[in-house]
Design a protein around this ligand. Structure first.
Ligand code: SF4
Ligand code: SF4
Length: 287
């Protein structure tokens, strides 16, 4: 089974539109939305949810006021100020470190599971999909990415699919590392702006660090041709293939408004370029 993750140095580079377009071109794949902090692949793919599972991220303290002797040790030792002087827990501040449970002399505190979100198994018009939502202000997205990837793997085995296409999170943080670890290829979507070039170099550095082969797509390549040339030069010098150069095209937004991917919506130049890029990626995955 092969795995491809589509990532970008920051949000809004067209990563999800490209992933959704790939979905049209394969019939042997499971789709996985690992951008759990801002999941929006479902807006285009309209999954029909078949199974919902609760997700427990970090633990949270639970104080038994009946047992509490008001010694205030938990309040004094919590370095996140998550227990006030009246020994009430401030849920939003609790980091689940367990120090209060450790210092409580009468075992009045227990660490319990925290409801942090949901993961889903779904069907789409392009095949099975694993996805998730993280509750607002929860900070366990790396762990939830791992859950989505495990669900996608199970789905692929059950449905006898031999490819997983992962829509990864933007940036270079923990969720990105969780979404690329162990995959066969990473596609980095970038734009020809100075900040995007900087982000691209950082994200390619992360992929290199984990020994994961990477290829690049330059989206909106015609908005600054000098910067596009800079990206191509950088990639050439670092032996990284630029597998796609997509022009700025309003068809991407129009397709989204119609809740379709660009391949379904239009048979124009933009779609041809996506098909060409997908063929190159497939060759890389098969190599
Ligand atoms: S688990 Fe840690 S952060 Fe949460 S209340 Fe206890 S000491 Fe504070
Ligand atoms: S450490 Fe335990 S006994 Fe002391 S105030 Fe906190 S909960 Fe109460």
């Amino acid at each position: 089974m092969k795995q491809l993750t589509v990532i970008s140095g920051k949000g809004g580079t067209g990563k999800t539109s490209i992933t959704a377009a790939f979905a049209s071109l394969v019939d042997n794949a499971v789709l996985a939305d690992c951008d759990v902090d801002a999941a929006d692949l479902h807006l285009i793919l309209k999954p029909e949810i078949k199974k919902t599972m609760g997700f427990h991220g970090l633990k949270i303290a639970s104080i038994d006021k009946e047992k509490c002797t008001d010694c205030k040790k938990c309040h004094e030792n919590c370095r996140f100020d998550a227990i006030d002087e009246e020994i009430n827990l401030i849920k939003e501040s609790c980091e689940g470190c367990g120090v209060c449970e450790y210092v409580c002399p009468v075992n009045a505190i227990q660490m319990i599971d925290r409801d942090s979100g949901f993961s889903y198994i779904s069907e789409t018009r392009f095949g099975p999909m694993a996805h998730a939502v993280l509750k607002t202000a929860e900070e366990a997205s790396g762990k939830l990415v791992t859950v989505v990837r495990e669900n996608a793997k199970t789905l692929a085995e059950e449905k006898k699919k031999d490819l997983i296409i992962i829509d990864g999170p933007p940036g270079i943080g923990c969720p990105v590392i969780s979404s690329i670890s162990g995959v066969d290829l990473v596609l980095v979507v970038t734009e020809p702006t100075l900040s995007a070039i900087h982000d691209l170099e950082r994200i390619l550095g992360v992929a290199r660090h984990f020994n994961i082969p990477a290829v690049v797509c330059i989206n909106k390549c015609d908005i600054n041709e000098d910067n596009t040339r800079k990206i191509e030069r950088y990639c050439k010098n670092n032996n990284i293939d630029v597998v796609g150069k997509l022009p700025y095209d309003t068809v991407v937004t129009e397709a989204m408004i119609h809740e379709k991917n660009v391949i379904e919506f239009s048979k124009g130049v933009f779609s041809d370029k996506i098909v060409d890029m997908w063929n190159k990626i497939q060759r890389r995955l098969a190599a």
